[in-house]
Design a protein around this ligand. Structure first.
Ligand SMILES: [Zn+2]
Ligand SMILES: [Zn+2]
Length: 139
C-alpha cells in the first residue's frame, strides 16, 4: 500500500476508534477531560496526553470537530459536518441547533472580500431550557 509507505495518512487505531465512539455517542460536546474519563473505563491505562493527541489526530482526519468558543477548554463534537450550536451563557453547555446551515453565506463572504472563504461557523447564545426552568423554579 503506497499510503503506508508515505506514512502521512493517519490510521484508525483501536484507541482512536474507542475515542471516536465515545464522541459519537454523546450530544454534550464534551471536554477532553470528560472523554478521558469515559475512555478509561475501556482502556484503564490510557493517559490524558494520549487522549489529547488522538483527539487532534481525529480532528485532522476530519472525523470530529473541535469547538473553541474562547472559553477555557475546547469542546469536541463527534459530528464533523458543519452545524450550528447554541451556547448557554449561564452553564456554558453546548447544544446542537437543528437547522440547515446557510452555505450561501460562504458565497456572500467570498463576494465581499478578497479572501478565499471556505467555511463558516455560527453560534447562538442565550439561556438554555434547563437554566431557564431552574431560575423560574427558584423565583
Ligand atoms: Zn444553561
Ligand atoms: Zn454539535
Amino acid at each position: 500500500m503506497s499510503e503506508l509507505k508515505r506514512g502521512k495518512k493517519k490510521r484508525m487505531t483501536k484507541q482512536r476508534k474507542i475515542i471516536l465512539d465515545v464522541l459519537k455517542n454523546t450530544k454534550i460536546h464534551p471536554t477532553a477531560d470528560w472523554v478521558y474519563d469515559q475512555v478509561r473505563e475501556v482502556l484503564p491505562n490510557i493517559s490524558l496526553g494520549t487522549v489529547y493527541r488522538n483527539l487532534k489526530v481525529l480532528k485532522e482526519m476530519g472525523e470530529i470537530m473541535e469547538l473553541d468558543f474562547g472559553s477555557t477548554y475546547s469542546r469536541f463534537d463527534g459530528n464533523p459536518e458543519n452545524h450550528y450550536h447554541f451556547v448557554c451563557n449561564d452553564c456554558e453547555r453546548v447544544y446542537d441547533v437543528e437547522m440547515p446551515t446557510n452555505e450561501t453565506l460562504v458565497q456572500k463572504a467570498n463576494n465581499v472580500t478578497d479572501h478565499d472563504v471556505e467555511e463558516h461557523r455560527l453560534e447562538f447564545y442565550g439561556m438554555c431550557r434547563e437554566c431557564r426552568e431552574r431560575s423560574t423554579a427558584e423565583g
